[in-house]
Design a binder for this molecule. Structure first.
Ligand code: HEM
Length: 422
C-alpha cells in the first residue's frame, strides 16, 4: 500500500469509528439516554377507537371485557401515523391491548388467534419501527412516561405512565422506577461516547474523566433501582403484573405460539417484555469489554427486541477501539503499574466502573429474588392449585434457571476486573 492509500485507509477507519458514535444518529439523547424524548400521549383523531380502549385498559382487563371490545375494533390503516413518536405510541398502545387480550383470563387458556383488526395494524406498525409485534421494553418503559409538571423533578411523584395494566400503583411504579433507572444511565451513555473519543485521540485525561462519570452514573442507577422496594409490592408484581409481560416463545402455556390473523397462517413466537431488552447494560458491557458466554445467546437475542437504531449503537460500540486493550497496553506490565500515574489512574477508574456494574447486577439479583423467587413460593403456599411458575417461560417466572443465568452474567462482570499484581 502506498502512502496516499495508507492515509485514505486510516481516514476511513477514523471515519468509521468516529462518525457513528454521535448519539443523535442513533436516536439517543444526551439528556434522556435511550428514553424517548417527550413521548406523545395522544394519537391522531382517526385512531380514537384504539386510544379509548388503551386508556381504559386496567378496568377492561379486570372486568374481563377487553376481548369483547377487541372483537368490535374497526380495522384501521397505519398510513396516517406519520411521525416516529406517533408510531412509537401506536406500537405501545397496540402491544398493550395485545397483552391484555392474550392474558385477560390469567395464565390459563390463552387464545390461539389474535384478531385481524388488532394483528394487521400491529404488525404493520412493528415493521415500520423494526420492532417485533409484542410488548417490548421500548414500549412499556422508553415510550411510556410523562412528567406531570414538565419543570418538576425526575421523581416518581412527578411522573406518570401513558398506558397502564392492572396492578394499580405497583404497576405504575414498576414502570416509572425503570424509567428512572434509564434516566440515571443517560450521563453514563454520554460518558461512554466521550470515552470512545478519548481512546481514538489517546487522551488519557478525558478518558479518566469519562470513566469517573460512568461509575457515578452506574451507582445512580443502583440507587434508582432501590426505589422498587419502596413502591412495588412483590406479591402484586408476581401474581398480577408479571403475567401481562409474558410472551409466546418457549412458553408452555402457549407452546404453539400465537396466530396473527390476516398476517400469517402459521403461529408466531415472541419473547415477553423484560428490561433485559434495555440497551444500557449491554452498552456498558460493550464499552468495558465484558463478554458473557453462558447467557449471551439470550442477551444477544434481546437486541432484536430493541429499536434498530439502539441495536446499531451496540453493534458500532462493539467495533470501536477496545478500552480494555488500551488500559492493558498503556503500561508494559501490570506489575509495574504505579497507581498514581495517568495509566494507573485509568486502570483504577476502569476497575471501579466494572465493580459498580457488578454491584448493580448483585442488587438486581436481590430484586429478582424478592419479586420472583420468594413471591413465587408465597403464591404456591397460599394457593396450592396455583399453576406452577414453570407454566410460563422459565426465565423470570420463578425457576432457579433465572438466578443462575443472572449470577453467571454477574460472574463474567467480576472476571473483567484487572488485577495490577497479575
Ligand atoms: C421488579 C423488578 C425487576 C424484576 C423482577 C426483574 C427481573 C428480571 C429477570 C427475571 C431477568 C432475566 C431475564 C428475563 O427473564 O427476561 C432480568 C434480566 C435483566 N434485567 Fe431485570 N428485573 C427487574 C427490574 C429491572 C430494572 C429496573 C432494570 C434496569 C433497566 C433491569 C435490567 C435487567 C437487565 C439488563 C437484565 C439482563 C441481565 C443483565 O444484563 O444483568 N431489571 N430481570
Amino acid at each position: 500500500m502506498d502512502t496516499s492509500s495508507e492515509n485514505m485507509e486510516s481516514q476511513r477507519q477514523t471515519l468509521k469509528l468516529v462518525t457513528p458514535l454521535t448519539l443523535g444518529r442513533y436516536h439517543i439523547s444526551e439528556e434522556y439516554g435511550f428514553l424517548l424524548q417527550n413521548p406523545l400521549k395522544e394519537l391522531p383523531e382517526q385512531y380514537r377507537s384504539w386510544m379509548e380502549i388503551a386508556s381504559e385498559l386496567p378496568h377492561l382487563i379486570e372486568s374481563r371485557q377487553l376481548r369483547a371490545h377487541v372483537y368490535k375494533m374497526p380495522l384501521l390503516d397505519c398510513r396516517f401515523l406519520k411521525s416516529h413518536r406517533e408510531q412509537r405510541l401506536a406500537h405501545l398502545v397496540l402491544a398493550a391491548i395485545t397483552m391484555g387480550f392474550v392474558w385477560q383470563e390469567g395464565e390459563t387458556q390463552p387464545p390461539k388467534v389474535l384478531p385481524r383488526t388488532l394483528a394487521i395494524p400491529f404488525v404493520e406498525v412493528s415493521r415500520k419501527l423494526g420492532l417485533p409485534p409484542i410488548l417490548v421494553h421500548s414500549d412499556l418503559v422508553l415510550t411510556n412516561w410523562t412528567k406531570r409538571n414538565p419543570e418538576g423533578p425526575w421523581e416518581i411523584s412527578n411522573l406518570e405512565t401513558i398506558v397502564s395494566f392492572p396492578g394499580g400503583e405497583s404497576l405504575q411504579a414498576f414502570v416509572l422506577v425503570t424509567v428512572l433507572v434509564e434516566k440515571a444511565a443517560a450521563p453514563g451513555i454520554k460518558a461512554l461516547v466521550r470515552g470512545v473519543e478519548a481512546l481514538l485521540q489517546h487522551n488519557q485525561d478525558t478518558l479518566l474523566q469519562a470513566l469517573q462519570q460512568l461509575r457515578l452514573s452506574i451507582q445512580d442507577m443502583t440507587k434508582a433501582l432501590a426505589q422498587m422496594h419502596d413502591y412495588v409490592d412483590p406479591d402484586i408484581f408476581y401474581t398480577v403484573i408479571r403475567i401481562f409481560l409474558s410472551g409466546w416463545k418457549d412458553n408452555p402455556a402457549m407452546s404453539e405460539g400465537l396466530v396473527y390473523e390476516g398476517v400469517a397462517t402459521e403461529p408466531l413466537r415472541y419473547s415477553g417484555g423484560s428490561a433485559a431488552q434495555s440497551s444500557v447494560l449491554q452498552a456498558f458491557d460493550e464499552f468495558l469489554g465484558i463478554q458473557h458466554c453462558k447467557g449471551s445467546d439470550f442477551l444477544h437475542r434481546m437486541r432484536d427486541y430493541m429499536p434498530p437504531s439502539h441495536k446499531a449503537f451496540l453493534d458500532d460500540l462493539h467495533s470501536a477501539p477496545s478500552l480494555r486493550d488500551y488500559v492493558l497496553t498503556s503500561a508494559p506490565s501490570l506489575r509495574d503499574y504505579v497507581l498514581t500515574s495517568g495509566a494507573g489512574c485509568c486502570l483504577m477508574a476502569y476497575n471501579q466502573c466494572v465493580e459498580a456494574l457488578a454491584q448493580l447486577r448483585s442488587y438486581h439479583i436481590n430484586v429478582v429474588a424478592r419479586y420472583i423467587i420468594s413471591a413465587a413460593s408465597r403464591a404456591r403456599s397460599k394457593m396450592p392449585s396455583h399453576p406452577s411458575p414453570h407454566a410460563l417461560e422459565d426465565r423470570g417466572t420463578g425457576g432457579t434457571a433465572v438466578l443462575s443465568f443472572l449470577k453467571s452474567v454477574r460472574e463474567k462482570t467480576v472476571e473483567a476486573i484487572l488485577h495490577p499484581n497479575a
